[in-house]
Design a protein. Structure first.
Length: 256
């Protein structure tokens, strides 16, 4: 594959490890796949659009399977407003991705680090009280910010996660809600990225699909760990690791 021709053997090993680690953490704590894998792929030398394409498509089969498995838990009235908001926010994110990529690898690392830091602070500080209904006025800002973050970095999940935890929904309804939103935007985003950034992204899509077995196995191992450790302990460890990654990404180019 042409995409592998541009990588050394060490980079290929690290790429596989980054995808597997993201899936492992996702299985253990229920979030953070993109938050873990995307910065790591940037660090090993992948361009931002290529890294995002790898991350998005690596979990495509897993997301599709989850939606089908829990399809009876989908509440369709929950989805349209957020879907529209994410689609409207996506183009702005892709424009920012192009702008950041043109600024060079150091700017990309610092940009990813800044987003990562903001996400960690958002998740760590905001603890919404679950309730039956949340004001619909929040749908637009949550959807738009999620779409923009997805377009910029492929990490559009955190605003949606906060929206979900603000509701007292059952676990299956919460999970399939997120999966359905990810699945709905994914093909649109990948098609726009191929159009904007060229065939390298298309090869990354194929590579991500090839990584599906790794993602399934790593996610299963993470789920087993998650069943043994407390969710709060795993969440704290994950946020600590993400904070460290954010600081290193931001400060790294300045420190040489």
């Amino acid at each position: 594959m042409p995409i592998f021709d541009e990588l050394s053997a060490a980079q290929i090993v690290l790429l596989i490890g980054a995808l597997g680690l993201g899936a492992f953490v996702q299985g253990a704590v229920g979030f953070a796949y993109g938050l873990i894998s995307t910065p790591l792929l940037i660090w090993i030398g992948l361009p931002l659009p290529t890294a995002v394409a790898w991350v998005l498509t690596a979990v495509l089969t897993q997301t599709l399977t989850g939606c089908w498995r829990f399809r009876r838990s989908i509440v369709w009235r929950d989805l349209p407003g957020m879907m529209v908001g994410r689609m409207l926010g996506l183009p702005a994110g892709l424009v920012m991705m192009g702008w950041l990529t043109e600024r060079g690898v150091d700017a990309v690392k610092q940009g990813i680090g800044a987003v990562l830091l903001g996400v960690v602070l958002l998740i760590g500080l905001l603890r919404p009280e679950p309730r039956e209904r949340v004001s619909r006025r929040w749908v637009a800002p949550v959807g738009l910010s999620s779409g923009a973050l997805s377009g910029l970095t492929g990490m559009g999940g955190p605003p949606l996660v906060l929206w979900v935890v603000a509701h007292d929904w059952p676990t299956e309804r919460s999970r399939v809600y997120l999966w359905a939103l990810f699945l709905q935007l994914m093909p649109i985003q990948l098609a726009l990225m191929v159009w904007k950034f060229g065939p390298t992204v298309a090869w990354a899509v194929l590579g991500g699909l090839m990584a599906t077995p790794l993602i399934v196995v790593a996610g299963d191992w993470g789920s087993r760990l998650g069943s043994r450790w407390s969710r709060q302990r795993l969440r704290t460890i994950t946020l600590g690791v993400l904070m460290l990654m954010a600081v290193v990404s931001i400060a790294g180019p300045w420190l040489g």
